[in-house]
Design a protein around this ligand. Structure first.
Ligand SMILES: [Ca+2]
Ligand SMILES: [Ca+2]
Length: 142
């Protein structure tokens, strides 16, 4: 008597894993291979409150899709000026640009707030941070 092998549970999990993995890969590939050039500038911030004693040691993380970039941090300054340019290369439009502002500390950096903007055309903007203060930035997508 012949026994027909049916896919067992682990095998199905493996197939599902393969499908999800390739979808993630595809998304990453599309992001790299997009048609629009995205450039971002982190200008500066005003009125940050990162440290109870002393001034803020601020830096900004900028994310688009799966890509995250970071400014250097500026020591002891509640009004830092980065004027830092980021070239995200060719991207697929439609994602939101995220700016997260942090205060660098010895052990755990403080998160000071986030700005989230849908990317369309070119813009210079600012946004209020939950931790106090304002972030100034710009972007262009061509
Ligand atoms: Ca702090
Ligand atoms: Ca600090």
């Amino acid at each position: 008597m012949t026994r027909v092998m049916s896919p067992s549970q682990p095998w199905r999990h493996f197939l599902l894993f393969q499908v999800v993995y390739h979808l993630i890969q595809l998304d990453g590939f599309l992001l790299l291979d997009g048609s629009n050039q995205l450039k971002v500038v982190v200008k500066g911030a005003r009125g940050l409150h990162g440290d109870p004693a002393g001034k803020t040691d601020a830096y900004v993380k900028v994310s688009y899709g799966f890509t995250t970039k970071m400014t250097p941090y500026i020591e002891e300054n509640d009004n830092p000026e980065w004027n830092h340019n980021f070239d995200f290369g060719k991207v697929v439009p439609g994602y939101k640009l995220e700016f997260d502002v942090f205060d660098k500390d010895v052990f755990f950096d403080d998160w000071l707030g986030r700005c989230v903007v849908p990317v369309s055309n070119n813009s210079t903007e600012s946004c209020a941070l939950v931790g106090g203060g304002t972030l100034h930035y710009g972007y262009s997508i061509l």
